[in-house]
Design a protein around this ligand. Structure first.
Ligand SMILES: [Zn+2]
Length: 161
């Protein structure tokens, strides 16, 4: 998995330039556990670039590691933009830092032959906002990080009623 600081450092200059006109809104920020019981922070965002297509892009970023500095956290990310789909989706998935959702899963032989992971302009524009995010969490999970089988069963039964 890539660390947040790696993805920032690997982002090409022209993408950094283009990120200046992007405006970003955080729509949701939660702390949660993945299937294996690993804690992560998940942030959902929307981005708009009046100088680009003007269409709203939807982004999700998950931060793993709970480091003092989020720059050291490991990242899973996804953006609905074309740049991400064709340059980054497969390259990041190869390092477990994304998932193939919008592309056909083929290697980006022309767009990103070295398969280097980095950010699209939308994520780069979002980076500064990530530091100040306040998360809402599933507090009951926090005290018992991995729920027991009985607890899981109890949860499931709740929804059956
Ligand atoms: Zn994007």
């Amino acid at each position: 998995m890539y660390k947040l600081k790696d993805l920032i450092q690997l982002t090409p200059r022209e993408v950094i330039k283009r990120s200046k006109s992007v405006s970003v809104t955080i729509t949701r920020a939660i702390e949660d556990l993945d299937k294996s019981g690993k804690q992560f922070k998940k942030i959902q965002l929307k981005a708009k670039d009046p100088k680009g297509s003007g269409k709203t892009k939807v982004m999700t970023i998950k931060l793993y590691g709970y480091n003092k500095n989020i720059l050291d956290d490991e990242v899973w990310c996804h953006c609905s933009c074309e740049y991400f789909t064709f340059n980054l989706e497969v390259a990041l998935t190869a390092q477990d830092s994304s998932t193939v959702i919008n592309s056909n899963g083929n290697m980006p032989v022309e767009k990103n032959p070295t398969m280097k992971g980095h950010f699209c302009k939308h994520f780069l524009a979002a980076v500064n906002q990530l530091r100040g995010v306040k998360f809402t969490g599933k507090k009951n999970y926090k005290t018992t990080p991995v729920p027991t089988e009985e607890e899981l069963l109890e949860e499931l039964l709740k929804y059956k009623k």
